[in-house]
Design a binder for this molecule. Structure first.
Ligand SMILES: [Fe+2]
Length: 294
């Protein structure tokens, strides 16, 4: 295995070669990949023509898989296109047709266009996400990543002190509200319970590298002991700061790319494409975090 980084960015984003994900990997290689994720946060594997089972097998090397279900999406079990081991981040229904303009599932998925970390709205948030590009759009549909460790390091000391012990509330309801999608109107009170906000610290540390990171996400709707409008102004400013070009990597997908990223120390967002016409088939597996943060 070889890993190349970009000029001037030795600690963020690695391009991996010499690994075939259709094959089983030995423990030593898995450990090397795991170490690289912790150091580089985002790893890009090109030309990996894998199926769902191979993606699941590769994911399990890094921990338990987070099941995709009613706590992560509004798609009913009977309408799922993929098994519960995979999060369907395509624009497709179970007949492989693009969602229509007003379909609530489409509108819900538009939340992925906002900067976020996967599953920060769960008590045990996601550790790694693995996204496999099975079919890409002709235009658009890039994924952008921002380095929350570098963003933390570059903060001024006043802000570092201010956010040191800050606790934020995360919920899918908050991120969807930003788009004008009011889940409290669209879903039953029973369904809404699946999206009850959870509290997470805003500053985390990677125990291996000892680097601090801002655990930031558009799922944040409130800071503990703050009112919501103040919370939103502060978090919006911080997201704007942390996603400046200097902290950002833009990935233009090729067919069969697979990217692993570390949700503990990055944010990401999907970019627009002609989702009413084109089929963009992207399949995500997610490694469950190891701890409840609060
Ligand atoms: Fe995501």
């Amino acid at each position: 295995m070889e890993i190349q980084t970009r000029e001037n960015f030795p600690n963020f984003v690695g391009f991996v070669s010499g690994v075939d994900l259709k094959k089983e990997l030995n423990k030593e290689l898995v450990e090397k990949i795991d170490e690289a994720i912790n150091k580089l946060s985002v790893l890009v594997f090109k030309n990996q023509n894998i199926n769902d089972d191979e993606q699941v097998r590769f994911t399990r090397y890094f921990g338990e898989i987070e099941a995709s279900g009613k706590k992560s999406n509004i798609t009913k079990a009977k309408d799922r296109r993929l098994s519960a081991d995979l999060a369907d981040v395509s624009n497709l229904d179970k007949n492989n047709k693009p969602f229509t303009k007003d379909d609530p599932r489409r509108i819900f998925n538009l939340g992925n266009r906002l900067w976020h970390t996967d599953s920060s709205f769960k008590k045990i948030p996601a550790k790694y996400s693995l996204l496999s590009a099975r079919n890409i759009s002709k235009e658009g549909g890039n994924t952008e990543f921002a380095d929350m460790r570098d963003a933390y390091d570059c903060l001024d000391n006043n802000t570092k002190t201010k956010i040191k012990n800050m606790i934020c509330e995360h919920s899918l309801i908050y991120s969807r509200q930003r788009l004008g999608f009011d889940m409290t109107k669209e879903l039953s009170s029973e369904e809404i319970k699946n999206f009850t906000p959870v509290e997470q610290p805003l500053v985390r540390m990677n125990n291996l590298t000892k680097r601090k990171t801002i655990f930031l996400s558009s799922h944040i709707g409130k800071i503990r002991d703050w009112i919501r409008p103040d919370s939103m102004c502060f978090i919006n400013d911080l997201i704007e700061y942390a996603t400046q070009t200097q902290f950002k990597y833009v990935h233009k997908w090729s067919q069969n790319d697979l990217i692993i990223w570390d949700n503990r120390q990055t944010m990401h967002r999907a970019r627009a494409f002609d989702d009413l016409k084109e089929n963009r088939d992207m399949r995500r597996t997610t490694v469950l975090g190891e701890e409840q943060l609060i």
